[in-house]
Design a protein around this ligand. Structure first.
Ligand code: GDP
Ligand code: IMO
Ligand code: MG
Length: 426
C-alpha cells in the first residue's frame, strides 16, 4: 500500500473532506497534521451531511484509525462535542486517537483571538475566532500547553497558572477586558482529560511503523496553500503550514515516505475572511456562483467570496506541494455559463506575474489576465464516466491541466461520496 497527502490548493473549502472520505475506505490511518477547528470539512453520506472540524474526515468510512497528529491545535471541548454528535448519530468513534504532542487551545487563546481582531479594526484578518493564531504563537514561544500535560494535572495546573497570569495582564491592562478564572479553566480541562485520556497516544512511532509495514496512510490537510503562513497572502493567512511540507513536521514522517501528493482544486475560486483575491467577482456572477455552489462557510456560516479559477494559484500549488495528482471539485457548479474564464497571469503596474508576489500591497493591485473558454449547459452531476462529460467541460479540464502542469486524476461532480469521475487511478 502507500501513503497519500491531501492538501487544499486555493483558500480552503475546496472539498477536501469529501475527497478524504472517498479515499478513506481503504485507509489504515487517516491523520490530520495541522490546523485546528478553524477547518470545516463536509462529508455527505447517503444524503446526510456531517461537518467535521477537528475529527479527521475518515471518521465515517472504513475501519482504519483516525489520528489528530502532533501539528494540530486541539480545543478539547470542541473535540468532545464533535465526538458526541457522531455518537448520537450511531457512528463509530472508538477509532479516534490524539497525539500527545499536539498543542491545546485554551480559553485565553480564543479570547485573545477575539481581542486582537477587534483591536485591528478595518485591518482585521477575519479569523474564525477559534484561538488558532494565539495557540500557535504560544507554541512557537515555547510556553504552550500540550495534550501530554492533560496526563498530569499537577504539571498542567502549574503551566496554566503561569500562562493565565500573563494573559490576564493583557486582558485587563491592554484590552480593557475581564480576566479569566483559573479554577474554572482547570476544572473544565480536568474533566476533558478524564474523557480523553484513553485516546492519547504517541502517534509518531505508530504511524512510522504503519508506513514501514506498507499500510495505507492518508494525511489530511486543512486550510490550503494560499492560507499558508509562509506562502499564502500574508498576513491574511492562518498560522500553520497546510502544504505537503507541513506533513513532515506536523505528523513526524519523512518526505521519503510519501507516495502521492493530491491537491484538491475547486473548479472556480472561493475565499472566506479578508485579504486579496485577484479573480474575485464582486457582482451578480459572484452571487450566482455563491448560490449555485452553496458557498457559505462550514465553520462560521459566513458567505464565501467567489470568483473565476486562478491558474496562477493552481501552478503555485503544483510547484510548492509537488502535486502528483489534482482532484477538481464542484465542476458541476459551472454548468449553465455561456463562457468561463481562467486567470493565466497577473498584471501589476504594467508588469506580468506568473506567481503571486510576496508584497501584499502589490497583490492588491493585481489585475487578472483571463483566457475565455466556451461553457456547457448540461447537468453533469450524475455522470460517472469521463467520456460522457460535455466536450466543453472536457476542454476546460484539459486546459487547466495544461496551465498548472499536473494531471487532473479525478473530478467531483456533487457533494455525495458517489458523485465522482475517476480519470486516472488514484
Ligand atoms: P473542505 O473544507 O475543503 O473540506 O470543503 P468544505 O466542506 O468547507 O466545502 C466544500 C462544500 O462543497 C461542501 O458543502 C461540500 O459538501 C460541497 N462539495 C464538495 N464537492 C462537491 C462537488 O463536487 N460538487 C458540489 N456541488 N458540491 C461539492
Ligand atoms: P478548511 O479546512 C477557509 C481562514 C479564515 C481567515 C484566515 C485565518 O475548511 O478549508 P484562522 O482562524 O485560521 O486564524 O483564520 O484563514 N480560514 C479558512 N478559510 N477554509 C478553512 O479551512 C479555513 N481555516 C481558516 O477565514 O481568513
Ligand atoms: Mg471547509
Amino acid at each position: 500500500m502507500s501513503s497519500y497527502v491531501i492538501v487544499g490548493t486555493q483558500w480552503g473549502d475546496e472539498g477536501k473532506g469529501k475527497i478524504i472520505d472517498v479515499l478513506a475506505h481503504k485507509a489504515d490511518y487517516v491523520v490530520r497534521f495541522q490546523g485546528g477547528n478553524n477547518a470545516g470539512h463536509t462529508v455527505v453520506v447517503n444524503g446526510e451531511k456531517f461537518i467535521l472540524h477537528l475529527l479527521p474526515s475518515g471518521m465515517l468510512h472504513g475501519n482504519g484509525k483516525c489520528v489528530i497528529g502532533p501539528g494540530v491545535v486541539v480545543d478539547p471541548k470542541v473535540l468532545l462535542e464533535e465526538l458526541s454528535v457522531l455518537d448520537k448519530k450511531g457512528a463509530k468513534t472508538d477509532h479516534l486517537f490524539i497525539s500527545d504532542r499536539a498543542h491545546l487551545i485554551m480559553p485565553y487563546h480564543i479570547k485573545l483571538d477575539e481581542c486582537k481582531e477587534k483591536a485591528m479594526g478595518v485591518n482585521k484578518i477575519g479569523t474564525t475566532k477559534r484561538g488558532i493564531g494565539p495557540c500557535y504563537s504560544e507554541k512557537i514561544t515555547r510556553t504552550g500547553l500540550r495534550i501530554v500535560d492533560l496526563l498530569d494535572m499537577e504539571v498542567f495546573g502549574e503551566k496554566l497558572k503561569r500562562n493565565l497570569e500573563e494573559k490576564n495582564q493583557l486582558f485587563t491592562k491592554l484590552y480593557d477586558e475581564e480576566p479569566l478564572n483559573f479554577d474554572e479553566i482547570f476544572n473544565d480541562y480536568k474533566e476533558y482529560a478524564e474523557k480523553l485520556k484513553h485516546r492519547i497516544i504517541d502517534s509518531v512511532p505508530e504511524i512510522n511503523k504503519a508506513l514501514d509495514e506498507d499500510k495505507f496512510v492518508l494525511f489530511e490537510g486543512a486550510q490550503a496553500l494560499m492560507l499558508d503562513i509562509d506562502y499564502g497572502t500574508y498576513p491574511f493567512v492562518t498560522s500553520s503550514s497546510p502544504t505537503a511540507g507541513g506533513v513532515t513536521v506536523g505528523a513526524g514522517v519523512s518526505p521519503k515516505k510519501i507516495d502521492k501528493i493530491i491537491g484538491v482544486m475547486k473548479a472556480y475560486t472561493t475565499r472566506v475572511g479578508e485579504g486579496p483575491f485577484v479573480t474575485e467577482l464582486d457582482n451578480e456572477l459572484g452571487e450566482l456562483l455563491r448560490q449555485t455552489g452553496g458557498e457559505f462557510g462550514a465553520t462560521t456560516g459566513r458567505p464565501r467570496r467567489c470568483g473565476w479559477l486562478d491558474a496562477v494559484v493552481g501552478k503555485y500549488a503544483v510547484d510548492i506541494n509537488g502535486l502528483t495528482d489534482v482532484v477538481m471539485t464542484k465542476i458541476d457548479v459551472l454548468s449553465g455559463h455561456e463562457t468561463l474564464k481562467i486567470c493565466t497571469a497577473y498584471e501589476i503596474d504594467g508588469e506580468i506575474y506568473n506567481a503571486p508576489p510576496a508584497s501584499i500591497e502589490k497583490l492588491i493591485k493585481a489585475k487578472p489576465i483571463y483566457e475565455e473558454l466556451p461553457g456547457w449547459v448540461e447537468d453533469i452531476s450524475k455522470i460517472t464516466n469521463y467520456d460522457e462529460l460535455p466536450e466543453n467541460c472536457k476542454k476546460y479540464i484539459k486546459r487547466v491541466e495544461e496551465l498548472i502542469k499536473a494531471p487532473i486524476s479525478m473530478v467531483s461532480v456533487g457533494p455525495d461520496r458517489v458523485q465522482n469521475i475517476f480519470i486516472n487511478e488514484i
